[in-house]
Design a protein around this ligand. Sequence first.
Ligand SMILES: NC(=O)c1ccc[n+]([C@@H]2O[C@H](COP(=O)([O-])OP(=O)(O)OC[C@H]3O[C@@H](n4cnc5c(N)ncnc54)[C@H](OP(=O)(O)O)[C@@H]3O)[C@@H](O)[C@H]2O)c1
Length: 383
Amino acid sequence: MKIGLLGHGVVGSGVRKIIDRQLSDETKQLEIVKILVKSEAEMTDARMTLDADDILNDPSIDTVCECMGGLEPAHSFIKKALQEHKNAVTSNKKMLAAFAEELFALAQENHVQLKYEAACGGGIPWIHELEHIQRIDEIHYFKGIFNGTSNYILTRMNNENKEFGAMIKEAQGLGYAERDPSDDIDGWDVRYKTVLSSLAAFHTIVDPEEIPTFGIRNITKEEIAFCHEHGYVCKLIGSGADHDNFVSIFVRPCFVKKEDVFASIPLNYNALECDSDTLGKAVFIGQGAGSLPTAHAVVQDLIAIAKHEHASMQTYEHKPVSAGDEQGVFYLRTKKTALFNPSLIDHRIGSDAFVTKKISFMDMRVAAESLNDESVFLAEVAE
Ligand SMILES: NC(=O)c1ccc[n+]([C@@H]2O[C@H](COP(=O)([O-])OP(=O)(O)OC[C@H]3O[C@@H](n4cnc5c(N)ncnc54)[C@H](OP(=O)(O)O)[C@@H]3O)[C@@H](O)[C@H]2O)c1
């Protein structure tokens, strides 16, 4: 299989290393023939080019592998590749979550594959497992710790009683968090991954903008103290469940019980759980990021395409996101407690925090968003 690699950063260089090593019979079927880079200074290999058309217009290349990140030009490049009857593999969750409907339709129209294992769960074979389980079972729900950076910060805050700001700096120093950490700490990265998990688990496409998303940006030592006192650990959780006419997806911090499997997931690890008819509950734990673990997932997709595994064309149904009738108990800290409907409050904690009665996810979303408080912190409390 002749591959054009788009992007040669953390993930792309890992893909090149694994394929160039040619250590297994499977990887010997793969050959990277061209690599798109951005500047002359990066041209360290005879296969490198600065012109994407050298890859997209080359009829000898049957598969492109996109590891550039960002919406554009990644989206246009994948679109053109599919229109040129090339298979595509991407590690780019943000781009695929935004353009899934268009790109899967194009893949189907042109009888080629579009695969995205690395875009969700990094090195954990999560998408593959969901697709496998789905061949036999109906998947009822998925939920998990999808973001290693936020899990690192929460683990350190929980174990060392550290401030959020100091932990962000530490995560940036270790290369876990970007200079602008918004995608990780505001829940956007988890949002994209729940969209991709819904594709694999429910064969459903959802609009990322519709997903209620709360992050950990405003967590303080007070929340950690509350958790310690009541036997909880705070984790950022994304979850999804399929219904006839809608999918309920929610991204929010959760105070999980100390005994819960998610409570013990340390540092930058991910843990992803699903529940289905005959398999029951299954949990997958591993490295959700990193050059070689993520590249491993990309190369697994390339091998699957080369071997024509799962080559049948999948169709996806578009569904709206709604909370349905799901309910929960929530912890909320806001400077604007006076604006929160008092009939929904179960008990207060100090002057600016409280725990709600059991209320619907939708009511909680509307109530929290209508506070218009940028410093609000919300978490679901396990019962
Ligand atoms: N890193 C991980 O552990 C990980 C895990 C799972 C998924 N992902 C996803 O994988 C993708 C790549 O991540 P990464 O960490 O490898 O990012 P990265 O290190 O920044 O690598 C991306 C590379 O692509 C290059 N690039 C961007 N636009 C380009 C263009 N138009 N033409 C040529 N080259 C271009 C970048 O060049 P410049 O730096 O010069 O812009 C950079 O060298 C992202 O979508 C990310 O979300 C990453």
